[in-house]
Design a protein around this ligand. Structure first.
Ligand SMILES: *[C@@H]1O[C@H](CO)[C@@H](O)[C@H](O)[C@H]1NC(C)=O
Ligand SMILES: *[C@@H]1O[C@H](CO)[C@@H](O)[C@H](O)[C@H]1NC(C)=O
Ligand SMILES: *[C@@H]1O[C@H](CO)[C@@H](O)[C@H](O)[C@H]1NC(C)=O
Ligand SMILES: *[C@@H]1O[C@H](CO)[C@@H](O)[C@H](O)[C@H]1NC(C)=O
Length: 266
């Protein structure tokens, strides 16, 4: 549903922008400006059977990109102990990478799927239903990457600049049950080929903000949210943020978090 809303919103924004460009073009008496750069691509949608319930999902494949963005936003997810998420599959290099965005930070992992595997699967699902049984576990308890590691990652995978706009990038590892000096919980989400449970530091429910005061950002191990971004908010459709803004916010966050919580001993 939300994916449909996004598509409609995107169309409205595009229409407004085109009208605006035409107006400007006329006013100047010159050539009308071209429409803004909006991604062209294929949209897929399907219902996934999960524990006897059905949740709506969709995917967007920007034309000519080697990227696949899956969106799992169904209202029914919460009742199934699943979290909403956008999952970016980047097959643009020989080392495909998956970026999972849910409540804030971006969790990075890899995949043995190929671009064609995913496209074939989406073609088969489109307009119909799917059910998956694979379950994966990941350890997402490490601190966000420091700036000097985020930069080369973004250079190698430019799609992450958008997908991880929140500014906090966490490299996951296979969950081998490493002991960590804090409580953890699972962030469980649906990905193309199954369900992924990411072990993360237990999140403290947001306390009501004291009147005239601020909540203490160090309560949250991930550090403060850098931008007011909704969970899984659209990748690739909005945002004019420059790399320098991105990197400086990342830097601030990393420092704050590192001071608040020493890294877990591995
Ligand atoms: C998926 O199905 C919808 C509706 O049936 C259709 O409009 C769309 O073109 C399909 N997507 C692809 C990539 O075939
Ligand atoms: C969701 O988690 C809660 C608490 O852990 C549990 O009581 C409930 O049975 C779970 N629901 C589903 C559908 O798994
Ligand atoms: C990919 O395959 C290797 C070898 O079979 C396996 O060890 C690894 O866990 C797989 N990775 C994922 C993300 O499934
Ligand atoms: C999903 O469930 C519906 C009924 O709830 C069923 O008709 C459909 O065949 C199922 N799809 C798959 C892929 O299992």
């Amino acid at each position: 549903m939300e994916a449909k809303t996004c598509v409609v919103l995107l169309a409205l924004v595009a229409a407004a922008a085109v009208a605006d460009a035409q107006r400007n073009g006329r006013n100047r008496g010159g050539k009308p400006r071209g429409p803004p750069q909006l991604p062209d691509g294929d949209v897929y949608s399907w219902a996934r059977n999960v524990s006897g319930s059905s949740v709506d999902e969709s995917a967007f494949v920007p034309t000519g990109s080697n990227l696949i963005i899956m969106r799992s936003f169904d209202e029914g997810l919460r009742g199934l102990n699943l979290s909403r998420a956008s999952i970016l599959y980047d097959f643009s290099t020989p080392s495909p990478l998956v970026a999972i965005g849910s409540f804030g930070p971006c969790f990075i992992t890899n995949t043995n799927l190929t671009y064609q595997d995913v496209i074939d699967e989406l073609d088969a699902r489109n307009g119909s239903s799917a059910s998956t049984t694979a379950e994966f576990r990941l350890d997402g308890t490490s601190l966000p990457l420091p700036l000097e590691q985020v930069r080369p990652l973004y250079d190698n995978y430019p799609s992450l600049r958008r997908a991880c706009r929140d500014g906090r990038v966490i490299m996951t590892t296979p969950d081998v049950g490493n002991a960590v000096p804090f409580e953890t919980e699972d962030l469980t989400i649906l990905v193309v080929d199954g369900t992924v449970a990411i072990r993360i530091p237990k999140r403290i429910p947001r306390a009501p903000r004291p009147i005239g005061g601020f909540t203490n950002p160090s309560q949250n191990r991930f550090g403060p949210r850098v931008q007011g971004r909704r969970p899984g908010q659209d990748l690739f459709t909005t945002g004019t943020q420059t790399p320098s803004q991105e990197t400086s916010t990342t830097s601030t966050t990393t420092t704050t978090t590192a001071n608040a919580n020493p890294p877990p001993s591995v």
